[in-house]
Design a binder for this molecule. Sequence first.
Ligand code: NAD
Length: 501
Amino acid sequence: MASSDLPGVPLFINGEFVQSRTTQWRDVINPATQRKLARVPLATPAEVDAAVAAAKAAFVTWRKTPIGTRARIFLKYQQLIRENMKSLAATLTAEQGKTLADAEGDVFRGLEVVEHAAAIGNLQLGELAANVAGGVDTYTRLQPLGVCAGITPFNFPAMIPLWMFPMAIACGNTFVLKPSEQDPMVTMELVKLAHEAGIPPGVLNVVHGAAEVVDAICDHLDIKAVSFVGSTRVGTHVYERASLAGKRVQCMMGAKNHAIVLPDAHKEQTLNALVGASFGAAGQRCMAVSVAVLVGEARQWVPDLVAKARGLKIGNGTDNLDLGPVISCAARERIEALIERGQGEGATLELDGRRPPMAGELASGNFVGPTVFSGVKPGMSIYEQEIFGPVLCLAEAATLDDAIAMINANPNGNGTAIFTQSGAAARKFEEEIDVGQVGINVPIPVPVPMFSFTGSRASKLGDLGPYGKQVVLFYTQTKTITARWFEDDVSTGVNTTISLR
Ligand code: NAD
């Protein structure tokens, strides 16, 4: 089908779904089949301005909308997401490639944040200290900032937009979202449901695009805060550019997540966890396990691990096997090139997933099967770079101390895990590891929303995480009020000191 005949993904401005007037579009493609699904606009500067202007105008009333009104919209919204779970997952699988079961997981982990947003009445609370001086009270208000913006990656097109706009809006802000241009369709279905749930016109807006639209968001004087999730390269650019323009910015970025396997670990459970966390979603998770550090006798487990990886089934996400395709031809080629470099740099290719045989229209899909390297060492490209594909690197360490030192020497700090039956070893790991999210016999320790996502070091710029308690602080300004009310017949006289009297 000619691109111009494809349905255009709409913008959402001031409560209306509108077609962009741009001349620049890109196709949204099913990564399993290369079928074209839609085309997405790269919005014009005027359209970005219109979205921000709508958000700015809506803020005037939304910021004063009662907490209960805001909360009830999210109560309704969570119900609509639940009712539409199957169709949301189907759209997600068609444009992103992950299995239907995993697509439901993607929506569900976002839904949990929506549920949390509905509890905003218990989250956006100030503090009060009475009588800080005679008749003087000090208290705080957590006030919304104004127009906030979110920029999201392709790998969780439901969960990550839901990390952002529900909490921002629940706190009283208005929002401009820029979804990934690679898979914007499920995000738009979620936006439609948010509209149905009662989010008023202008409170949520969506513009599509790539680098130019992102730069326009970073520079826009009427945007007060930017939340970004994506690669380290782009996130660093966004952090610097938006900070320079005076905005509050948080960037959740790339990773290289290590799991330590101690010889006392529950072998079967550990191997299952490693294989699921390395190859699920075709390795395209920022919290995927990409390096397993086998300690001592656990080094003998390589053949069993490889056998499990070999047993995984690859196919169209709609067939609900173990893993689907990677997002694009370019991503597949990049992963294949890194596998070749790994071989060239001396790692042992235990399992080669390149070009798995696929039948029918899947033959042109972006498939890479589970791939395992052993003998991986720091300095190799497959160790230093985030592969973002179904490739597991196996490294070795003689002791737990050596394994911890290896992880702490890696610049990334998104997630890590340890597999052991020893409480003492787990506790030592938890205390000494310099990574912001730690799993103990849990391979992908993404916190639930009553906590916050707390990646660290090179995986994160900005101090506060994207959901949970921390994001309430990110999306609000603390205003501290010190108040005295005069009694009619009392005078305290002139006070020329700094002390409160
Ligand atoms: P990406 O950085 O290519 O894209 C993210 C966003 O930035 C998209 O909306 C895209 O349109 C925009 N963008 C792309 N190039 C740009 C440029 N030159 N200038 C300005 N904006 C630009 O990331 P991706 O490939 O979509 O997602 C995968 C990456 O995201 C991986 O590195 C992964 O680890 C990371 N990620 C991190 C987390 C986390 O929480 N730490 C979560 C999910 C994904």
